[in-house]
Write a protein that binds this ligand. Structure first.
Ligand code: NAD
Length: 330
């Protein structure tokens, strides 16, 4: 029997497991099995998104685990995200509805605005899989569209299930890839407090002020791409291929050896010990297991400091590298 993963209490009052399984780039043909196997290993939190295109398959995996009595729906925490072409109120509502139907679990635990940028609407049946920022040939970035974040946030608020809104099918809402100025602005009009901020967070991009600002304002932080360049090498990212893999730095290697843990577990613990939720992605059962077990030991304050000192402000997931740069991280 797997040990229960610690949780983080959200502003919405719900508990979110501090380790989840991120399913970006999990191929559709294996996604149901991988999600099902992750649940069997003890995962109770799955991080998906509309643009990962595998929500229906992930939902099948969760439903199989529920049907077999391994978990109940309420044991699971399911996240999805609103894509950039659907920020207008009616489009945000429609996408959330489609996502909820794709997962097929009755409700979503968390729905995030994926990026703080609105692109021109593309009808749902004309979306150019798998090119989300640009045309199919990847030569022309989709133009921006004039939808303020306040409209999108208010649209998400409409989806939250409350006594006054019993038909809502989302438990908590949040944001992703936002910076502090926009978060301060959002807090000035939000009727429902954002529960989560999901951002790129690894030792090469530590963003301490952003993390502190969110946590000080009762917004739980989820870090993505905890292993830094690793996820982007498979996307042929030039800098990710050049930079030293985090697992091979002397700091991470020596701390892992000292604690008898893997470098991956050390990087995940560097986050969870600071109350940052992690959502590592892996296709291997052995790695899924070791990632889930990352809370079974403690780093020293000095270990955490040494790892944080690897920071070089190196961001991998950045639409500024598109053919027409979209410079949201400045
Ligand atoms: P990640 O840091 O989880 O790295 C994944 C890579 O690490 C894969 O190549 C995997 O094989 C390898 N790996 C996993 N566990 C390992 C281990 N124990 N030892 C050695 N190698 C291991 O990167 P990611 O997939 O970019 O991020 C995780 C999740 O975050 C995604 O799946 C997705 O759910 C989410 N995400 C969100 C956004 C966003 O814009 N909000 C962007 C990127 C990712």
């Amino acid at each position: 029997m797997a040990t229960k993963t610690p949780t983080v209490k959200l502003a919405s009052g719900f508990e979110m497991p501090i380790v989840g399984f991120g399913i970006w780039k999990v191929p559709r043909d294996v996604c149901a099995d991988q999600v099902y196997n992750a649940i069997k290993l003890g995962y109770r939190h799955i991080d998906g998104a509309w643009d990962y295109t595998n929500s229906a398959e992930a939902g099948q995996g969760v439903r199989r685990a529920i049907e077999e009595g391994i978990v109940k729906r309420e044991d699971m925490f399911i996240t999805s995200k609103l894509w950039n072409n659907y920020h207008a109120r009616e489009h945000a509502h429609e996408m959330a509805k489609l996502e909820n139907e794709a997962w097929g679990l009755g409700y979503l635990d968390l729905f995030l605005i994926h990026f703080p940028i609105s692109l021109e609407f593309i009808p749902f049946d004309k979306m150019r899989y798998p090119c989300f920022w640009s045309d199919k040939e990847q030569t022309k970035v989709t133009p921006l569209s004039k939808v303020p974040i306040s409209e999108t946030w208010n649209a998400l608020e409409d989806l939250v299930q409350t006594k006054e809104n019993p038909n809502g099918f989302v438990k908590s809402i949040g944001i992703s890839n936002f910076h502090t100025q926009l978060i301060y602005d959002l807090l000035s009009y939000a009727k429902i407090h954002p529960s989560v901020l999901q951002v790129e967070h690894h030792p090469y991009l530590t963003q301490p002020d952003l993390i502190s600002m969110a946590q000080e304002n009762n917004i739980a932080v989820t870090g993505y791409s905890t292993f830094g360049p690793l996820s982007f090498i498979e996307m042929d990212h030039a800098v990710a291929k050049e930079v030293k893999p985090l697992f091979e730095t002397d700091v991470v290697k020596s701390i892992a050896a000292k604690h008898g843990k893997t470098p991956g577990q050390v990087l995940l613990r560097w986050c969870t010990q600071r109350n940052i939720i992690v959502i590592p992605k892996s296709n291997s059962v052995d790695r899924l297991k070791q990632n889930l077990e990352c809370c079974s030991f403690d780093l020293t304050d000095d270990d955490i400091k040494q790892i944080s000192n690897l920071n070089i402000n190196l961001r991998f997931n950045n639409p500024a590298s598109l053919q027409t740069p979209i410079r949201i991280f400045t």
